[in-house]
Design a protein around this ligand. Structure first.
Ligand code: JFZ
Length: 426
């Protein structure tokens, strides 16, 4: 079967499944999240102090890349510019960039080089919303910091000038930093969608510069359509939510998707938000994504010194330990053609079916429809044989395979994975 260009470029993404999202910018200094300018209606002049003092002395993207890799992540997406308009890269089209702060260097170049050197794929987040550019709609906009400031009402504006700027920056990002694996645009709303961004023209340029870069679905358009617009995107981007049944198009065909998820409750650094998901929740969430043919892009928000918060590193470390033992049930895997079992979830890769046991229950674990179909059962974490003989008290259930766990508790409380080798490979 020959694959379309779209199907071909998405292959690595469907294999890799787990990535790191990085939200970093001037907002790390006020430390109240990346929407601080909008929420608190901060004028650009008052935000300027952060530009003048941005000096992340401990910025060490090699350490970030190592942390991502050790967590089992295979790619990363980092903010090159967020809604506040501040550019972490050395754009020739603006002065509002990291090179003109005390940081004094192109933070994106260092990120791209460091992550690539660790063998991770490199993605760029780029905000198509811009609260700094004078030609971006301010007064009356849904979320611009000056949305209800009457002084901005009759300000002369030329949106085409903003579009030239935005298209120009995308061109810079795809020209000056080598191969880029993901372009993560953010975001469309109301009438600010699709051709308002000159999206067809934009994507044609992108495809000429880097035909294989993956684009998210936030330029607008309908990714679920039978024949989606050229700018509708390569993958769907559910945010802070794991879609109940995965994502399919109008014909019921599975679509690539990636759930972006924060570790606490903020994308950008927040000094007081210590309400973190546990490593167990993260592992189970990732497994849920893969069991529904999706990816997880897990966020970190480095602080003003350029450090990933220790609480985030702690979670990533524990997730990584689980991934080292159980990554075979994630990479290259997708949904199994079996419904969700009572005790957990399935993922599958060819003739390897992975039973993710989340609930020990009592007695043997019953796997419907698998009796006589399994050649071998092993604990994925250590390769130890798992007994699958039908016990004397279960002969009345011929449709079920029984997995006999010899202990009252599961060996791995996060998620115990049993690798089943099927007789009938699919
Ligand atoms: C967006 C950003 O606003 C946010 O800061 C972060 O970067 C996240 C990954 O993406 O989140 C959204 C997108 C759309 C809406 C709200 C937040 N919306 O339509 O209300």
């Amino acid at each position: 079967m020959t694959l379309t260009a779209r199907e071909q470029r998405i292959q690595w993404f469907n294999h890799d499944r787990f990535g790191m999202f990085i939200h970093w910018g001037l907002y790390a200094i006020p430390a109240r999240g990346e929407w601080v300018r909008s929420f608190e209606r901060i004028p650009v002049e008052d935000y300027e102090k952060y530009f003048n003092s941005f000096n992340p002395v401990n910025y060490d993207p090699k350490a970030w890349a190592k942390a991502a890799k050790a967590a089992g992540m295979k790619y990363a997406v980092m903010t090159t510019k967020h809604h506040d308009g501040f550019c972490l890269f050395d754009s020739a089209l603006t002065d509002y960039k990291a090179t003109n702060t005390p940081a004094g260097r192109d933070l994106i170049r260092e990120y791209a080089d460091a992550f690539r050197a660790e063998g991770l794929k490199v993605g760029f987040y780029y905000s198509i919303i811009d609260w700094h550019h004078p030609d971006y709609p301010a007064y009356g906009d849904r979320q611009h910091p000056m949305r209800d400031n009457a002084e901005f009402k009759d300000r002369p504006q030329d949106f085409n000038r903003y579009l030239d700027y935005m298209h120009g920056q995308v061109k810079e990002l795809l020209t000056n930093y080598g191969t880029i694996d993901v372009l993560w645009f953010d975001f469309s709303y109301e009438d600010m969608t699709g051709e308002k961004w000159k999206a067809t023209e934009l994507v044609k340029m992108i495809r000429e510069l880097q035909p294989n870069v993956l684009i998210d679905n936030r330029l607008g358009g309908n990714i679920k359509a039978r024949e989606p617009e050229i700018y509708a995107g390569d993958f769907a981007s559910p945010e802070q939510l794991l879609p109940p049944h995965g994502i399919v198009n109008e014909d019921g065909k599975p679509l690539p998707w990636e759930a972006c998820i924060t570790l606490n409750h903020h994308w950008g650094y927040h000094a007081h938000d210590r309400d973190y998901k546990t490593p167990k929740q993260v592992v189970r969430g990732l497994v849920e994504c893969v069991s529904k043919n999706g990816n997880m892009l897990l966020n970190v928000g480095p602080n003003a010194k350029g450090e990933i918060p220790q609480l985030s590193l702690d979670v990533l470390g524990e997730v990584g330990a689980w991934m080292r033992a159980n990554g075979d049930s994630i990479y290259g895997c997708g949904a199994a053609a079996l419904s969700k079992p009572e005790w957990g979830r399935y993922t599958q890769k060819g003739n390897k079916l992975y039973a993710h046991i989340l609930d020990r229950g009592i007695g043997p674990i019953a796997l419907q429809g698998l009796n006589g179909r399994v050649k071998e059962a092993r604990l994925l974490a250590d390769g130890a044989e798992v007994n699958i003989q039908t016990p004397w008290n279960a002969v009345d259930y011929p449709d079920y395979l029984f997995v006999n766990i010899p202990t009252a508790q599961l060996p791995d409380d996060f998620n115990t994975v049993i690798e089943l080798t099927l007789e009938d490979a699919e």
